[in-house]
Design a protein around this ligand. Structure first.
Ligand code: ATP
Length: 242
């Protein structure tokens, strides 16, 4: 497990608000190179707000957000992908009438990623063989689990250094949740992709995490390895329903 590499992503005392109302307050976290880090928390805790801020979708009000030691505070939202960040958004946001192949290709519109489009496509088909069989099918005809694989594949087409996943288990049956979590483990293991995952399904997410954080009402609480948090009686009772 690589949990001690240099930090790729660093957040220090970050606050994100909607108007005057803060949704995330004083959040600090590190994601080491090659690590799989998860943030778990209940509905409305601020997980989507946090991950969207890291993807550049929301501006942070105060604090610091940096990739590879370079601040992103002055970077325009549409330029975050040039810093190696790719988001798999909540609800997948696929283009359902376009084919699987077209959805994937949309993930590689930037020059460097476009030049390696064929290679990326082949790698994603290896990671998700079911997509290869359906490349010409409209994305809207895929099952929920397949659509989640496609959304992850589309993000990977940009060849990100840091992959952000917002609740990939949402709306999926337990068996499919396991498949998606296995795929996340595989892409970290095989491609060395650094992953930050936010999830309401805390057991599934912490089970694969190198490091986990618990967020509640916009603030970070417990932190530790995934195994430590799964064992912690306070976490088990309050957040895992165990
Ligand atoms: P979920 O699991 O439901 O996605 P979450 O942990 O991702 O929850 P957020 O969606 O980030 O939580 O919401 C955090 C807080 O910010 C909540 O109180 C929510 O009501 C509020 N919020 C989210 N989006 C907006 C918005 N567009 N305008 C105002 N408040 C918002």
């Amino acid at each position: 497990m690589r949990t001690s590499g240099p930090p790729v992503l660093e957040l220090r005392n970050v606050r994100v608000s909607y108007g005057a109302a803060p949704a995330v307050s004083d959040v600090s976290l590190d994601v080491a190179a090659g690590a799989l880090v998860v943030v778990v928390g209940p509905n409305g805790a601020g997980k989507t707000t946090l991950i969207n801020a890291i993807a550049g979708v929301h501006r942070i009000d105060t604090g610091e957000l940096s990739m590879d030691g370079r601040s992103l505070r002055q970077v325009a939202p549409y330029r975050f992908c040039e810093h190696g960040i790719a988001l798999v958004p909540e609800g997948r946001r696929l283009f359902t009438t376009l084919s699987v192949r077209e959805n994937l290709e949309l993930g590689s519109y930037r020059g460097a990623a476009r030049a390696r489009r064929a290679q990326s496509l082949a790698e994603i088909c290896t990671l998700f063989p079911v997509l290869e069989a359906k490349l010409e099918a409209p994305a809207g005809t895929l099952s929920g689990g397949q659509q989640q694989m496609l959304a992850i594949g589309r993000a990977l087409m940009s060849r990100p250094q840091l992959l952000l996943l917002d609740e990939p288990s949402m709306g999926l049956a337990p068996l499919l949740v396991d498949q998606i979590m296995d795929a996340v483990v595989a892409l970290r293991r095989d491609a060395g992709t650094t992953v930050l995952l936010v999830e309401q399904n805390a057991v599934a997410a912490l089970s694969i995490a190198d490091r986990g954080y618990v967020i509640e009402t916009g603030r970070m609480g417990h932190a530790g390895t995934g195994a430590e948090l799964l064992r912690d009686p306070a976490v088990r009772e309050a957040y895992l329903g165990l």
